[in-house]
Design a protein around this ligand. Structure first.
Ligand SMILES: Nc1ncnc2c1ncn2[C@@H]1O[C@H](COP(=O)(O)OP(=O)(O)OP(=O)(O)O)[C@@H](O)[C@H]1O
Length: 261
């Protein structure tokens, strides 16, 4: 049964620059516990899809269902993680993590214990009373991950969460997130420009067309790759084969948009 369903979703923006048809008739479904990635040329509507699922923006047409219920803008069962960590510099790490539950009047001592436990799980056992400026980019992004997980969301939306990090830190965080999400059986949608990251973390990879955004092709990641860590998966022959196929598909789109290198 589908956990998340997008049913003929279209979206148009109206701005001072005019009318943009961002999404055209997107239909997809994600199973519970599944990890999918969205890959596609810049401007194909990946972030627009996440904003609609998160309930931040209302689509122009179509419906979005989470566990068969229409998504509302107050749905706390959806967590959203972005490229920037958006930690408040004047608040300690623990206060940053607990900000959401406090605003939602859901703070209890149990929430605090859970926050400390999650910081421990992501390898940050001694940072609770520190300020964000004392942490590296990778550490801050791990705090952002804890802040996203503290509400125990059923669905996680990840918008290029590792793209600002150096390569080594990025691989380590991919590893951590993949392990954590498998352990907690989380359903997730990752937006990325990195083919390797999409293959390494996902069960399925969705390739998008631009102008307007639509789903062009869906690649299933072979089961052997799904059981590997994101670091080891890159050594697999099937990884290379899938990488080449996805590259070819994306290359067609870049050529179609007349970007020549
Ligand atoms: N607030 C907005 N007002 C007007 N047009 C917008 C707005 N946000 C996005 N768009 C347009 O909608 C289309 C889809 O944008 P979106 O940011 O969802 O794409 P994306 O695939 O996430 O891009 P990128 O990979 O560059 O982050 C683009 O043509 C963009 O210019």
């Amino acid at each position: 049964m589908s956990f998340l369903t997008l049913d003929h979703v279209s979206h148009h923006y109206f701005s001072k620059n005019g009318f943009t048809k961002a999404l055209d008739n997107i239909s997809l479904s994600v199973k519970e516990g599944e990890f999918i990635s969205l890959l596609g040329p810049s401007g194909c509507g990946k972030s627009t899809i996440l904003s609609i699922i998160a309930g931040i923006m209302k689509q122009t047409a179509g419906d979005v269902f989470l566990q068969q219920k229409l998504i509302s803008n107050t749905d706390l069962s959806i967590g959203y993680m972005l490229q920037q960590d958006y930690l408040f510099p004047w608040k300690t790490i623990i206060d940053n993590v607990l900000l959401g539950p406090r605003i939602q009047n859901q703070f209890t001592e149990e929430t605090r214990s859970r926050a400390l436990e999650l910081l421990d799980v992501v390898g940050l056992p001694n940072v609770a009373e520190k300020y964000p400026s004392a942490l590296s980019g990778g550490m801050r992004q791990r705090v952002a991950l804890v802040r996203t997980l503290i509400n125990n969301p059923k669905l996680l939306l990840l918008d290029e969460p590792f793209s600002a990090l150096d390569y080594q830190t990025k691989l380590k965080l991919e590893n951590l997130v993949a392990k954590l999400f498998k352990t907690y059986h989380k359903t997730a949608i990752l937006v990325t420009h990195d083919i390797g990251e999409a293959i390494a973390m996902s069960d399925r990879v969705f390739i998008m067309n631009a102008n307007p955004g639509s789903i062009a092709k869906v690649f299933e990641v072979p089961i052997e790759l799904r059981n590997e860590t994101p670091i080891l998966v890159r050594k697999h022959q099937k990884y290379q084969l899938l990488f080449d196929k996805i590259w070819e598909e994306l290359d067609k789109k870049e050529s179609a948009s007349k970007v020549v290198f």
